[in-house]
Write a protein that binds this ligand. Structure first.
Ligand code: HAM
Length: 419
């Protein structure tokens, strides 16, 4: 067939085996998140652009280089969401969620958009599963988010995980640190890349994130030495909770994350042994975000994991997703049989017996092949003669034995056999 169209670069169709992985991650994530008291939320895929320029930060790569933004026909300046936290913060303010019992705990599983250079593990439309806890200040809530994500990965079979963790302090200790950092980078100006030369003026923390300026970074002052007593205590508590939960972590004083809203504890998840150092996910506290978007000062913390990267890691670890296949198959061999089998299929469905069919096929051989592929334990076969007599054949696929029963007995008989 001529292929006139392809999906846009960096955006993918999800089906077949990839969909099975996708579904498994969603299932496990929803189950674990609900146990910890999180509720679902869906926000629109686009927002007023200011939600992101103010929220994520005007001088971040995400906003400066990677955002899909445009003017609508009505003249509104909007952007496809590059991440989920800012939209949820907007929703928290818009719906007065601060009037409810705090904290509000949300989970989401959704697509996001960043105009990045497509490569393995980096796409222009990608999916995240995320958590946000808004409205209460306590280090135990940071540890809880890490624990939920850690447990999701454990349940998916990704056992060898490391959490890299740092504290970025609050706005006052950060101000002090940024001054010292600026001074250091100005001294080393000639060794900085062109982007970082610009970054030191507006956002010196971003230099710590740069993959090119490794040497200059290594000699830079470290934020942990500039934390105030409160921030240091909070960070220590998060680490103690992780130890209590046996969650392995590595301190990484260069970890500043690519979004400006973070304060205090920040972290990223890595699968140990993964060749590419791509984070499976990341998160942290963002006590200033709601205020930046026009709300009151509100403590908040959260994290999001990349679905495609989680799938890559599951495949690297040779983790298979077993699909539950129906144990019964209905085969039919004439027009009348097809009509009667359509009805019989509905009876099985209503009785909650998982059953499969191939009503589009006429040949018994093809239908039996499909039943075999599915490892069906029993096949119900109705030819013209059985259809006229209102009977059906049950074939035990293991022993090859067959019995001929009344069609109306089929559900009851199969239920008995499956027990
Ligand atoms: P982020 O680190 O920008 O954080 O993204 C989280 C994860 O999304 C990444 O670690 C990665 O697995 C995945 N991801 C990001 N960009 C791409 C891409 N282009 N292709 C494939 N996967 C990607 C956030 O988005 C924050 N909103 C997390 C958060 C929630 N912080 C607090 N609450």
């Amino acid at each position: 067939m001529p292929k006139n169209f392809q999906s846009p670069s960096g955006m993918h169709d999800i089906f077949g085996e990839q969909y099975d992985y996708f579904e498994r991650i969603r299932e496990v994530f929803f189950k674990v998140a609900k146990i910890y008291g999180f509720e679902g939320i869906e926000t629109p895929v686009m927002e007023n652009i200011k939600v992101f320029t103010r929220g994520v930060g005007e001088h971040t790569d995400i906003v400066e280089k990677e955002m899909y933004s445009f003017k609508t026909k009505g003249g509104d300046q909007v952007a496809l969401r590059p991440e989920g936290t800012a939209g949820i913060a907007r929703s928290y303010i818009e719906h007065n969620l601060y009037t409810r019992t705090q904290p509000i705990k949300f989970f989401y599983f959704a697509p996001f958009f960043r105009y990045e250079r497509p490569q393995a593990g980096r796409y222009r439309q990608f999916w995240q599963f995320g958590l946000e806890t808004i409205g209460k200040e306590s280090p135990v809530l940071d540890a809880q988010i890490i624990a939920v994500m850690y447990n999701v990965f454990q349940e998916l079979g990704i056992k060898d995980l490391v959490v890299e963790i740092n504290s970025m302090g609050d706005s006052s200790c950060r101000e002090e640190f940024e001054k010292v950092l600026k001074k250091h980078f100005k001294k080393e100006n000639s060794s900085l890349c062109a982007d970082c030369k610009k970054r030191i003026k507006k956002n010196p923390l971003r230099v710590l994130d740069c993959k090119k300026c490794i040497k200059v970074k290594e000699s830079a002052p470290q934020i942990v030495d500039y934390l105030c007593i409160q921030c240091r205590d909070d960070f220590k508590k998060v680490l103690e909770y992780l130890e209590e939960l046996n969650i392995p972590y590595d301190l990484n004083s260069f970890l500043v994350r690519g979004l400006d809203y973070y304060t205090n504890t920040v972290y990223e998840f890595f699968a140990s042994g993964s060749e590419e150092r791509l984070a499976l996910g990341g998160g942290g506290r963002y006590d200033g975000l709601i205020n930046l978007l026009g709300g009151e000062e509100t403590p908040a913390t959260g994290a999001a994991m990349g679905v495609e990267r989680t799938i890559l890691s599951m495949k690297e670890n040779e983790i298979k997703v077993e699909k539950e296949t129906p144990r019964v198959f209905i085969a039919q061999l004439s027009d009348l049989a097809k009509r009667k089998c359509l009805k019989l299929f509905e009876e099985f469905r209503k009785a909650n017996v998982p059953v499969s069919e191939s009503f589009g096929q006429g040949s018994l051989k093809r239908q039996m092949n499909k039943a075999n592929k599915m490892n069906a334990e029993y096949v119900l076969i109705m030819g013209e003669e059985e259809a006229v007599e209102d009977r059906i054949i049950i074939r035990d696929m293991q022993s090859g034995q067959q019995e001929n029963i009344k069609t109306k007995e089929a559900v009851k008989e199969i239920k008995k056999k499956l027990k």
